[in-house]
Design a binder for this molecule. Structure first.
Ligand code: ZN
Ligand code: ZN
Length: 576
């Protein structure tokens, strides 16, 4: 097999989209200790990709070696954990890219310099360059000689979007590096290289987001974690902004994602995702990277310890920063992302989105992890909150006031939260009291439900239910736990049986949680139902005592505040 053919085959692995080329080139710049990296795209990289850096550059010999397969000096021996100090460049990327495109490499280490022009693996020009120190590499005519692969490239918008995402993630990984990304001479990203993570987050996401980020930091024997998570007020509809890094490398790991997701449990609605920057530092020997060059999957030893570390610190960080969302949005300077990228995202077809989503399918892991409900510091601001009901609007929202302003409380969401915590507390108890029924509740079921339920009966009996068989497909409930809402017994029991029958949650804690959420929702006053002033007062009192009074268990807000200042601003009593 000729070297060029081998390169072309390898290109199929390395080069999937323009973003993978950008990734290889930018990671090389990072390895060369560049502090300033500019990426210039034309048509989202489909016409041209140029990466310019101020790194160490290469001498003439290295510049030539760079185009030879396996020639890189970065890999010392085969089992070297290549990502430890380098970014994963395996000496295949550049020759592979050059075999399926046209590449111009200008590089200089300050002593010697080179200009190498290669097309389809053939050298067209090879001379010295006038570049000072650093590297400037341009890739054009991608897949000109492998037209079959051209069709794998996505639309210009999608390619741009992927590259923007990549550079955002790299900017956050390396706040010390100044990144500039331009497409068709339009600036999409610019970071200052300030080495200040929060400032970088600001430069990427804008003030509206950076203002709502919460810092966290934690360690155990094996891992140091650090980063920022967003308050539940700023959520996204996709997972693109969950940025996880291990030793500064962008990684994806199912269990790390799950720890994040679990920490936000009931703080966010399903289908919404937080903005997270999670940097994990650990001994490289605990890390095992999939050898496939474009994969970001990472396997970690002691992953369960890491799960606990992440879950606990994120959950505590969220809990300790709970605040009532303000009704008035901050006016913020929207950085480029919002203007340019939003339109790009909107242009992306639904299909593309689904594709992205698929990449994130959560695989079930065999390790069933106990959700630890760690005791957290009582939120002081909240427990002292007193709300005086003023009335009920639209049969749905309680209007309340105190010396700080006006509050709107969603009566269903609020009661749902109260009931949810009540059920959770009851379900958590090892000992529970049982109500024996003088008149049993008769439940008729379909044959299939009846058969299935009999198999899963122990789930119910373990929670304090007692049954007797009674004729064909009929059960008598003779006892139930006392936490079942009085007057709504049959409805509650039927709901619980439904959940047992669906039976997706094997994990006890998770089962309890979904049970509590479902019951809480069913048993709470609906919207458009007028409750009395007394009931309003009672509801607010109970809400304030909740562990997290600000969200319903589905993550929707329960309460919104209009501060006196907000009101004065709205009525122009104060100006600014
Ligand atoms: Zn509900
Ligand atoms: Zn809800």
């Amino acid at each position: 097999m000729s070297e060029n053919l081998a390169n072309k085959i390898a290109a199929g692995e390395v080069v999937e989209k323009c973003a993978s080329i950008v990734k290889e080139l930018v990671e090389n710049s990072i390895d060369a200790h560049a502090t300033n990296i500019t990426i210039n795209l034309i048509k989202g990289g489909l016409s041209s990709i140029e990466v310019i850096d101020n790194g160490e550059g290469m001498d003439t010999k290295d510049a030539h070696l760079a185009f030879l397969r396996h020639a890189t000096s970065k890999i010392i021996h085969d089992d070297d954990l290549f990502f430890i100090n380098t970014m994963g460049f395996r000496g295949e990327a550049l020759p592979s890219i050059a075999s399926v495109s046209e590449v111009i490499l200008k590089t200089s280490n300050g002593v010697s310099s080179s200009y190498i022009h290669i097309k389809g693996g053939k050298t067209l020009e090879d001379k010295s360059s006038d570049l000072r120190c650093g590297t400037d590499i341009t890739v054009t005519n991608l897949f000109f000689n492998t037209p079959a692969r051209l069709k794998y490239l996505r639309s210009e918008n999608t390619e741009t979007y992927n590259i923007v995402n990549l550079i955002e993630k790299l900017s956050i990984a390396y706040p010390n590096i100044k990144f500039t990304l331009n497409n068709d001479n339009k600036q999409l990203i610019k970071t200052s290289g300030s080495n200040n993570l929060l400032k970088t987050i600001h430069e990427i996401y804008g003030l509206n987001v950076s203002n709502k980020m919460l810092e966290f930091k934690a360690s155990n024997n094996d891992f140091d974690i650090y980063g920022y998570i967003c308050k539940p007020e700023v959520l996204k509809s996709n997972k693109n902004d969950i940025n996880t890094y291990v030793n500064d490398r962008i990684v994806k790991n199912v269990l790390i994602n799950r720890a994040i997701n679990d920490a936000y449990y009931t703080y966010k609605p399903e289908g919404k995702y937080p903005i997270v920057i999670l940097k994990i530092n650990t001994d490289p020997t605990l890390v095992d990277v999939n050898i496939h060059p474009t994969k970001q999957d990472v396997k970690l030893s002691k992953i369960n310890d890491l799960y606990d570390l992440i879950y606990n610190i994120l959950k505590n960080t969220l809990y300790n920063n709970l605040l009532i969302p303000n009704a008035i949005k901050d006016k913020s300077v929207n950085i480029i992302k919002d203007d340019v990228i939003k339109s790009i995202v909107e242009d992306m077809s639904r299909e593309e989105h689904q594709q992205e989503e698929l990449n994130f399918v959560v695989e079930e892991d065999n390790n069933s992890l106990e959700l630890m409900t760690k005791d957290v510091v009582i939120n002081k601001e909240l427990k002292s909150l007193v709300l005086y009901p003023v009335g009920l609007a639209l049969g749905t929202y309680i209007i309340a006031e105190n010396e700080e302003g006006i509050y709107l409380i969603d009566q269903h969401a609020a009661q749902e939260r109260i009931n949810y915590e009540r059920y959770m507390n009851a379900l958590k108890k090892k000992e529970f009291s049982v109500t024996r029924l003088l008149i049993p509740i008769k439940l008729e079921l379909s044959t299939s439900d009846y058969t299935l339920l009999k198999e899963k009966m122990d789930i119910l009996t373990s929670k304090g239910f007692e049954f007797q068989e009674f004729g064909v497909n009929t059960l008598l409930v003779t006892a139930h736990p006392t936490w079942i809402l009085e007057g709504r017994e049959e409805e509650s029991i039927r709901k619980i049986i439904d959940l047992v029958l669906i039976g997706r949650e094997v994990d006890q804690v998770k089962f309890n949680e979904s049970l509590a959420i479902t019951l809480a929702c069913k048993m709470s006053i609906k919207a458009n139902y007028r409750i009395s002033p007394m009931e309003q007062e009672e509801l607010l009192k109970e809400l304030v005592l909740c562990d997290n009074p600000y969200n319903c268990p589905h993550g929707r807000p329960t309460i919104i505040k209009f501060s006196i200042y907000d009101l004065e601003r709205m009525f122009k009593r104060v100006m600014n």
